[in-house]
Design a protein around this ligand. Sequence first.
Ligand code: AMP
Length: 173
Amino acid sequence: MSIEAIKSIIRDVPDFPKPGIVFKDITPLLADAPLFQSAVDLLSDRVRGHQPDAIAAIESRGFVFGAAVATKLSLPLQLIRKPGKLPYKTASVAYDLEYGSDRVEVHVDAIEDGKSYAVVDDLIATGGTASATAELIELEKGIVACCAFLIELTFLDGVKRLGARPIESLIRY
Ligand code: AMP
């Protein structure tokens, strides 16, 4: 199954969640079993190359791909969540949005000193979420093995915010 086939099933939804944003809707991909499986296989191959000790998946569409990649590669899965969602003690990093700021959180016992983590999300836009996640992992003394995305919106140049950390993206717009 080709990357082009995966790309063509991702649906553009203009002006969601606000005017001017073209939302990349991955739900048709998830509903197509062979194509979803193929996307997970391809993403897993990219992640495997960086030999991470674990996967760190970003809420919430990142959970879908992160969990699938973790299972495929038989790796532990850790969850990076929006504020107030994780039940145990957390560490967090704040990041700027167009208006205001947001935060990513992780359980304080989730990231092990010196272990490497592949950050997985569905999409990188401005790179704010992924760079805050990478900083959080490093704050907790983990190593970022790579940041892997199904989709990269190249025109927003989000990868710049990830600095020298290795990037993998399957589909680029
Ligand atoms: P950013 O922090 O700007 O890189 O935004 C990345 C996060 O926002 C990811 O978790 C995406 O799921 C979501 N996101 C941002 N822009 C879009 C878009 N155009 N279509 C779908 N999801 C998006």
